[in-house]
Design a protein around this ligand. Sequence first.
Ligand code: SF4
Length: 428
Amino acid sequence: MTQPRAVQKEPSMLLQKELIGGHYDALARARDQGKKVVYTFVPGNLTELLRSFDLLPVLPEINALQSAMRNKSAGYIAAAEKGGHSEDVCTYVKCDIGMLRSGNIGPTGQPLPKPDLLLLSYTGCFTFMKWFELLRQEYDCPVAMLHVPYQPDGVIEPHQRDYVVRQLRTEVIPMLEQVSGRRYDEAALRERLALSAEAEEDFVRVLESAKHTPSPIDAYFGGVYYVGPIFSAFRGTQEAIDYYRLLRKEVEARMRAGGGPITPDGPMGQERYRLVVEGPPNWTSFREFWKMFSDEGAVVVASSYTKVGGLYDQGFRHDPAHPLETLADYCLGCYTNLGLPSRVSLLERYVREYRADGFLINSVKSCNSFSVGQLLMLRQLEQRTGVPGGFIESDLVDPRYFSASNIKNRVESYLQMLDQRRGAAVSA
Ligand code: SF4
């Protein structure tokens, strides 16, 4: 029997792993070191603000996907379903609840501290609210809610920004002061925001490298590693700056050398298809899923999923000159907070600017926030761009909904169809 080849790792991947692992270490030590922790979500997270109070963030979605990549999610989901949670509930939620019921041991095998605060930054997904209602029943801790108005047409109105800033001043910050025992320090927040902006600049250069042919990155499968630090606990830190600087250097060197993305099986062969992907990836069979594309020379040049924690590539940077306003703009502009017309326009821009041959939708069973309207998006995108779309179905962290043969079949058929269209275009 042949053994799978060991995963190949570049220095930036090793550093990314070290950062994420280090954060779990810090969480495991938090109680002993007298540190307070805040559970909060990835879209609309207020990491710089939390860190300015010396609070540590815990991101439940990251715990769920990390658990899935380590084959732990199926057991957690089963435990949650046994406890009465329906099969239709978002599997991130069930994975989290199951983990909690199983001792709240995090994905790296270390205990996660209980929250001192549940900070619900409500950016577009109703499940966020139900999720924290469940956690509130489990933990004896306060809850703060930041209500972020939905962006139906993608334009942030001044009154919406003011509304979010007012809540930050009157509800979120007083609660953080109470939990941390510290006063709000705007100078400390500004420093954090300046660090964020520096890292965001390098991150965007990495994403935009995919405009080059061949693309030196895969902006979906590789992209999920790249977004790790900036979407989770590291915005506003020197570590994030160091990571994105190193990553950008590696990617730019590959681009100069005409190299393609580095996959878990090594450098990808010749680039044959350039795709845009909408929707989150499957985490339980992540490597197998990626291989279905990389084996065919299909590289994802842009994806919506790598925008759930902020649309930096559309020009947004955290602005230390306007600390609370910039946090408000960040929350308002997250992908999950955008209406369908804005999502379609964004994907259309990606198809054009990254010169994609096609776009593919991965519709995940769990996530209504992503899946609702995707068939309409497919039709509109085809009409607007003239580029054919494909549609596959899987799930986030529930392995019961990842059918490898079906997905492989659909991906291969879709790529063959792209080939046929090219052939037809040449002979016309
Ligand atoms: S439904 Fe989607 S956006 Fe909402 S919590 Fe689940 S995965 Fe996240």
